[in-house]
Design a binder for this molecule. Structure first.
Ligand SMILES: [Zn+2]
Length: 339
């Protein structure tokens, strides 16, 4: 019997259920709506339902049994996807090949930690800043090029902080570095990441991701926003503010993951700001949030500053607001200014 594995799966599923329930109960409605994107909470209930069903099966002793031959499903399969209910023997060659690549990827992701890449994109002035609230953080930003040479920009926030969020963060980094150079589609990357995480018992939390693809030759930014804070775009020439809102739910929150891409053409002088909620939810001594509009105002009112100067101005204003209060969450900022 696979007692140890089933125990691990049970612990992982219970943890996931607790995290999702805690999220439903304690996250303010507005933030829940951001993280759900265009989806509604019924999809989270479906996820909880699948978890409960699996826990029930573990209790009954029917978990991990093949629907075809009624033998035990391979443990590797279950580790990758706890809902697996067909054993390897019944897979077609094509299905086996696909599964093999998913298995490899899933192993790479659980192992890896890659060094942070140095940002550099032609025609764009970029600066970034990241500070964890604890020694290890759950924020992640990165620059990874696609197969066609166009540039990927990632800003992600793993729920919770500390070591477990940090581990998830480093696995996410590996996932992006493994997947992005192999594709031209931000959607494909996010869909595969969701698939890898949603039924994996080692990942019990969830993550919001803003993922952009920038083409310098046309200055086009296409993006998918998985339940992450709206990115802010300030159009200098038109003195216009644009919020790039969620186009899908956070990764790992729901069973059915659908997300869409949107595209926007950037103009010279435009400033794109990506951030995590450690900034907008930084509180002062009275417990008041530092909200998105104040963040946006600093950018629009200092639009002639360089990306680095803008980061410094935002950090100074954040410091003035919190006035020595310790940061409750990781703070990460990325500014891209089109020259
Ligand atoms: Zn079977």
């Amino acid at each position: 019997m696979k007692t140890k594995l089933y125990d691990d799966i049970q612990i992982g599923l219970e943890q996931t259920r607790d995290n999702l329930t805690h999220w439903e109960e304690t996250t303010p409605e507005e933030k829940r709506n951001t993280q759900l994107g265009p989806e509604d909470e019924i999809s989270v209930e479906e996820h909880l339902h699948v978890i409960d069903e699996s826990l029930e099966k573990i209790k009954e002793g029917t978990f991990g049994i093949c629907e075809v031959c009624h033998e035990a499903v391979d443990s590797e399969l279950l580790q990758m996807d706890y809902t697996s209910a067909i054993c390897l023997g019944h897979f077609s060659d094509e299905e086996l090949r696909q599964l093999e690549s998913e298995l490899e990827l899933s192993q790479v992701i659980q192992r890896g930690l890659l060094p942070q890449q140095v940002p550099s994109i032609e025609g764009v002035n970029i600066a970034a800043f990241s500070r964890p609230a604890q020694i290890v953080g759950g924020d992640y930003f990165d620059f990874v090029d696609f197969k066609d040479g166009k540039h990927g920009l990632v800003m992600a926030d793993v729920s919770g902080h500390g070591v477990s969020a940090g581990m998830f963060m480093s696995s996410l980094q590996t996932a992006f570095h493994t997947l992005v150079p192999d594709t031209e589609s931000p959607l494909e990357v996010l869909e595969r990441i969701n698939r890898l995480y949603v039924h994996n018992i080692n990942f019990t939390t969830f993550v919001t991701i803003f993922f952009g693809k920038y083409d310098p030759s046309t200055r086009t930014l296409s993006y998918a926003n998985a339940g992450h804070n709206s990115a802010y775009l300030y159009r200098l020439a038109a003195n216009q503010e644009i919020w790039l809102r969620p186009t899908g739910p956070a990764i790992g929150v729901m069973e059915e993951f659908t997300i869409r891409t949107e595209a926007i053409r950037l103009e010279p002088g435009d400033i794109l700001l990506l951030y995590t909620d450690g900034i907008t939810e930084a509180t002062n001594h009275q417990g008041a949030f530092w909200d998105e509009d104040r963040l946006a105002n600093i950018v629009s009112q200092n639009a002639n500053s360089s990306a680095e100067q803008l980061i410094q101005k935002i950090l100074q204003a954040l410091k003035d607001h919190t006035d020595g209060s310790p940061l409750a969450d990781d703070v990460t900022l990325l500014i891209a200014k089109v020259s």
